[in-house]
Write a protein that binds this ligand. Structure first.
Ligand SMILES: NC(=O)C1=CN([C@@H]2O[C@H](COP(=O)(O)OP(=O)(O)OC[C@H]3O[C@@H](n4cnc5c(N)ncnc54)[C@H](OP(=O)(O)O)[C@@H]3O)[C@@H](O)[C@H]2O)C=CC1
Ligand SMILES: O=C(O)C1=N[C@H](C(=O)O)C[C@H](O)C1
Length: 271
């Protein structure tokens, strides 16, 4: 198969630059375009230079329709409004759309699902191997314990992160809810502050910390009577997410339309 031609959306962002470096280092992948916001001061700059690589002649552009004419996929780590705009174009072009953007609303997710009859989407709040394995472990532990064990999801990220709780925290909360056989929508407790009353039995709690340069840390706590189990993942470098995203794109290349997860990519699905 010829090289997979990939567009990086949010090319000037933290993940965008990591993705450009990862594509540069990966045989079988080639950077076909670099997308940025129409308001970005980086438009016209060289994507290679921005990512700390030699000049590669790919200039940052805000025109996905034109860029995607010569592409096989788009790696999208941006903001919800941009991702939703990109979904329609990727679907029309029939190219792979890897979505890492978090902070999407339920209606954003419905839009994404609605295009997957004709679009090839891989979406995950966390593209790392470790977190996807952790999610499988959380589900397994939640299946084994009853609601005498209180489940809390704690996350910490760098101070520039704009959404909370993290996409990963929701993913882990969902895994816990699946393990328990309950709906996360009706069994979650978020943003405790003030006289909250006692903890409701069966709730899955979320708490977020922000500071410094933390790439991403997640702890799922199962707190029972006189004992506690904690499952922890610590991302030491955001390159783990970039490697996962590129793996997802190359895995999805040539797959039938559908809505895929990193568990599909990594073969961690139900056995
Ligand atoms: N699923 C996963 O594994 C991971 C997900 N993420 C998620 O990815 C997202 C991005 O994270 P991060 O890179 O740290 O954030 P950044 O803010 O560093 O990057 C986002 C980039 O998207 C750009 N952007 C905004 N609007 C558009 C648009 N319309 N078209 C193209 N680009 C646009 C921003 O430009 P400007 O600054 O000019 O607005 C910015 O350069 C977040 O939602 C984060 O949670 C992050 C890491 C891993
Ligand atoms: O914004 C980040 O940085 C990250 N976002 C994702 C999330 O919201 O979970 C994944 C990772 O934790 C880093």
């Amino acid at each position: 198969m010829s090289d997979m031609r990939l567009i990086v959306a949010g090319a000037g962002g933290r993940m965008g630059r990591a993705l450009i470096r990862t594509i540069h280092d990966t045989p079988g992948a080639v950077l076909a375009g670099a997308l940025e916001a129409p308001t970005s001061e980086l438009l016209g700059q060289d994507a290679g230079v921005l990512a700390g690589l030699p000049e590669n002649g790919i200039k940052l552009s805000a025109d996905l329709w034109t860029l995607s004419k010569e592409a096989d996929g788009i790696l999208d780590f941006t903001v919800p409004a941009a991702t939703i705009a990109n979904v329609a174009i990727a679907a029309q072009r029939g190219i792979v759309h890897v979505i890492g953007t978090t902070g999407l609303s339920a209606s954003d997710d419905a839009v994404i699902k609605s295009v997957t009859k004709q679009a090839i989407v891989v979406q995950s709040g966390n593209m790392s191997l470790g977190v996807n394995l952790l999610a499988a472990l959380v589900k397994r532990v939640a299946q084994s314990l009853d609601d005498g064990f209180d489940i809390e999801v704690l996350e910490m990220h760098h101070k520039a992160k704009i959404d909370a709780p993290s996409g990963t925290a929701f993913m882990l909360g969902q895994a816990a809810a699946d393990g328990r056989g309950v709906s996360l929508d009706t069994h979650s407790a978020r943003g405790r502050d003030g006289i909250t009353g006692a903890r409701k039995t069966g709730d899955i709690g979320f708490a977020s910390l922000r500071g410094g340069t933390v790439a991403g840390e997640h702890t799922v706590i199962f707190a029972g009577p006189h004992e506690r189990i904690e499952l922890i993942h610590k991302a030491e470098d955001r390159m783990i997410f970039a490697h996962g995203a590129l793996k997802a794109a190359m895995w999805a290349h040539g797959k039938p339309p559908g809505h895929y997860s990193m568990a599909d990519v990594l073969g961690l699905g139900e056995k």
